[in-house]
Every structure is written in C-alpha cells, then in structure tokens.
Design a protein. Structure first.
Length: 110
C-alpha cells in the first residue's frame, strides 16, 4: 500500500539564492523601479563593489557605484540598496555620434 500513495507536491522556489549573478567591478547597470521605488527615472551606474558585510533581506543587496550621465561619465559616487532581481546589466550608454563629413571633389567652373 505505501506505493499507492500519491507523491507529495513540492513547489519550486520563486528565487533561489545565487540565481542572479553578483555584480562585478566595472559592470554598468540600469536601475529602474524594478530595482527600488526610488528610481522613478532610470539611472545608469558603474559598479565599484558589492557590500556583503551589510546584512539585508533575502534578494536585496547594497553596492557602491558611480552614477553616470548620458555621455557615460561618472557624476556622483553613491551607495545603493536594490532588489537584485530588478538590476539590469547594460552596455555603457552611447552618446549619439556626429555624421561623418565627406569630402566632395572640387567643382570646375567655366
């Protein structure tokens, strides 16, 4: 009879520890309201380091980084508390490039 018993349903965890990679120095991340409600306007941040010595709730992380402007230059150093699942790794924001000036051959007159 023990074989006739249905198997117990064990739900999969929503998020497992380590499911999201650690941020490394030099990573550029985009922070939106998915990371924390304080980021109504998304910002780009270059990661300096995570702060594992600060104990937080499961899934949240403290890190240091430089806030970047539209040109990708660091404008402020910040310590940020974010939901790791809401952090998006990004390529460095690229400023629009100027159109290339093309040399035209000289025009003959006359």
């Amino acid at each position: 009879m023990p074989d006739d018993q249905p198997e117990k349903f064990i739900p999969e965890p929503v998020s497992t520890p380590g499911a999201y990679p650690k941020m490394k120095a030099g990573d550029v991340v985009c922070l939106t309201t998915a990371a924390s409600v304080q980021f109504l306007r998304p910002i780009f941040v270059r990661v300096i380091r995570e702060l594992p010595e600060r104990h937080t709730y499961h899934g949240w992380v403290w890190f240091e980084g430089y806030q970047l402007n539209a040109a990708g230059d660091a404008v402020a150093r910040r310590e940020l508390y974010v939901l790791r699942a809401g952090v998006r790794l990004q390529a460095l924001p690229v400023a629009p490039t100027r159109p290339v000036k093309r040399r035209r051959p000289p025009v003959r007159v006359g």
